[in-house]
Design a protein around this ligand. Structure first.
Ligand SMILES: Cc1cc2nc3c(=O)[nH]c(=O)nc-3n(C[C@H](O)[C@H](O)[C@H](O)COP(=O)(O)O)c2cc1C
Length: 264
């Protein structure tokens, strides 16, 4: 799994629990993991966040070496209540090219990385209902796997996409286009309030890409930062903030609750 703000981790854990799997967790959040070779007797669960309608690129880079041998895999993408677009198909192709067989796939909602108290987006997701759904799906996966004589791939393109109102989608797309036109080359970065910061170093430890200077927490490397907001959400004194023009429009346009969608 790759899960900077922990929502993909929660979903994957609940699904694996429902499936009654003795799990060995491989975490790609803080570096490239080893031991990514799996035989056909394993059942692999893979959960990743959606960034810009695709799988978070760092997740794929770090799992580049994963190898299966006709190994069944359960795919989960976790998105911030806007849309997961082509992420699941992209993930299915990625794992299929490496010898895995997607036997189940799901798209779940997690609190949006950009969500703040002023611009809430899917706050608290996955919530109790999502986790119950995830466990129930995990149980169904177990039943399916136990009854299988031959491992066959599901077609993830059959998974339903969430309904967004056409007006919301149009507003959002127009906004994205305006941002592209207005782009001046300066990308916003998370910043630290020097007055509030207690120099505890938690942000440095939480950053998946080592973008925060260990000797100077006020400095974030623009090249390394993936805007995952792990530092923002994990700062115990709320000294880290990320101001993005996308947060208000996401909060306005995608405030209607979306439910998980799954395929078996
Ligand atoms: C750079 C970036 C891009 C994102 N793009 C999308 C998106 O296209 N659609 C969406 O619904 N959520 C999007 N999100 C929200 C995340 O998918 C969501 O918050 C997810 O739950 C984060 O997973 P994690 O907690 O495992 O890190 C994006 C978040 C970030 C940081």
């Amino acid at each position: 799994m790759f899960s900077p703000t922990g929502t993909s981790r929660k979903v994957a854990t609940a699904v694996a629990e429902g499936c009654r799997c003795a799990s060995h967790v491989v975490d790609a959040t803080y570096g490239t993991p080893t031991g990514l070779t799996f035989g056909r007797e394993s059942l692999v669960f893979m959960a990743v966040p959606v960034y810009g309608g695709k799988v978070a690129p760092t997740a794929l880079q770090r799992c580049e070496q994963m190898t299966g041998d006709g190994t069944p895999i359960v795919l989960m993408v976790v998105y911030g209540n806007r849309a997961y677009e082509g992420a699941l198909e992209q993930l299915a192709q990625f794992v299929s090219e490496r010898g895995f067989v997607p036997v189940a796939a799901g798209a779940f909602v997690g609190e949006h990385s950009y969500s703040t108290s002023a611009t809430p987006i899917a706050v608290g997701r996955p919530d109790a209902q999502d986790l119950t759904d995830a466990r129930t799906w995990g149980k169904a996966i177990r039943e399916k796997i136990d009854g299988l004589s031959k491992v066959e791939a599901v077609d993830v393109s059959h998974l339903k996409h969430p309904d967004n109102s056409p007006i919301s989608m149009l507003r959002f797309m127009q906004f994205v286009m305006q941002q592209r036109v207005a782009k001046d080359g300066v990308k916003p970065l998370p910043v630290t309030d020097a007055e509030l910061c207690r120099r505890c170093g938690k942000c440095v430890r939480l950053c998946p890409t080592g973008a925060i200077d260990v000797h100077d927490y006020l400095h974030t490397d623009a090249e390394r930062c993936i805007k995952c907001c792990a530092c923002v959400k994990g700062c115990p004194v709320k000294a880290r903030t990320f101001t993005t023009p996308y947060a208000p429009i996401l909060s306005e346009c995608f405030d209607k609750r979306k439910s998980p969608v799954t395929l078996l």
